[in-house]
Design a protein around this ligand. Structure first.
Ligand code: PMP
Length: 290
């Protein structure tokens, strides 16, 4: 594997960052998780847009232009002969002193890793997930806005551990008001009476690119989509539920906190949107090879 660090390519063994990088010392940095399908990078522009918005929010100057980052991703895919895979793009604050002040960091580092995707086992897609609400609430947007895709994922990791301790793969995270925010690495949707609902970004959700794509696909299929605040009751009484994310794509949820969702099987609208999403991943994206 060839890994891009600040304009140069390194083997897996030699791809290293300094112990003084504030990305490591403080989780001070941002990232994106991107997919390649059939020799094309899916939603590349949208991911790089979000990266630059995250950078703006944390006052991080990415030392490359939007176009340069896009080209570096395509080049890293080519160097690794990627047709289908997962790309992890990171920008760290860079090397500084031990104090937390980012002023000591001279230059942010850009890292691109293009490898294989680790998916949920196929049976979860067939049967649907059993998930639980966990005690750790989602970060307040007034503290660390969940819209920033920062390298500090401890909030999500704690929730993931709590889900695992409860025997589940994923956690529903609520916000400080008790409204549903999202899951640890995915956005959440419900279907009720043929319409789609997903928590608003202000509830503490990441502006998921898959979330946005699914909202567009639903609109194109004539389904109504809205973003009201949702409570656990709304989830329990939904007809269908599914999660969205670059890694997971769409994955059905059939049980939440011991309550079956609908008839306890992945729903029809979920399945239709899964098919539409897969069709889109086959038909679009930035070509890696000309
Ligand atoms: N929420 C969180 C907390 C995430 O980390 C992610 C990305 N894995 C998502 C939602 C889904 O976002 P996207 O569809 O852009 O991958």
């Amino acid at each position: 594997m060839k890994i891009f660090i600040d304009g140069k390519y390194y083997s897996e063994r030699d791809a290293k960052v300094s112990v003084f990088d504030h990305g490591l010392l403080y989780g001070d940095g941002i990232f994106e998780g991107i997919r390649a399908y059939h020799g094309r990078v899916f939603k590349l522009k949208e991911h790089i847009d979000r990266l630059f918005y995250s950078a703006k929010a944390i006052l991080l100057d990415i030392p490359m232009s939007h176009a340069q980052v896009c080209n570096a991703i395509l080049e890293t895919c080519r160097k690794n002969k990627i047709r289908d895979g997962y790309i992890r793009l990171l920008v760290t604050r860079g090397v500084g002193t031990l104090g937390l002040n980012p002023k000591s960091c001279r230059r942010p580092s850009v890292i691109i890793i293009a490898g294989k995707i680790q998916l949920y086992p196929p049976e979860y897609y067939q049967r649907g997930l059993d998930i639980i609400t966990v005690p750790t609430i989602r970060n307040l947007h007034s503290a660390l806005n969940p819209a920033i895709k920062s390298l500090n994922y401890l909030n999500n990791i704690l929730a993931k551990i709590e889900a695992n301790n409860g025997g589940c793969e994923e956690a529903v995270m609520l916000n400080s008001e008790g409204f549903v925010a999202e899951c640890t690495g995915d956005n959440l949707f419900i279907v009720k009476n043929g319409a789609l609902f997903t928590p608003p970004l202000s509830a503490g959700a990441l502006y998921g690119i898959t979330r946005h794509t699914v909202m567009e696909l639903a609109g194109a299929a004539g389904l109504e989509v809205s973003e009201p605040n949702l409570t656990r009751y709304d989830l329990f009484c939904a007809d269908e539920c599914f999660l969205t994310g670059t890694g997971a794509e769409l994955i059905p949820v059939v049980k939440i906190d011991g309550r079956f969702i609908g008839n306890g099987k992945p729903g029809k609208i979920t399945r239709q949107l899964e098919d539409d999403y897969h069709a889109l991943t086959k038909a679009s994206g930035e070509p890696i090879y000309q």
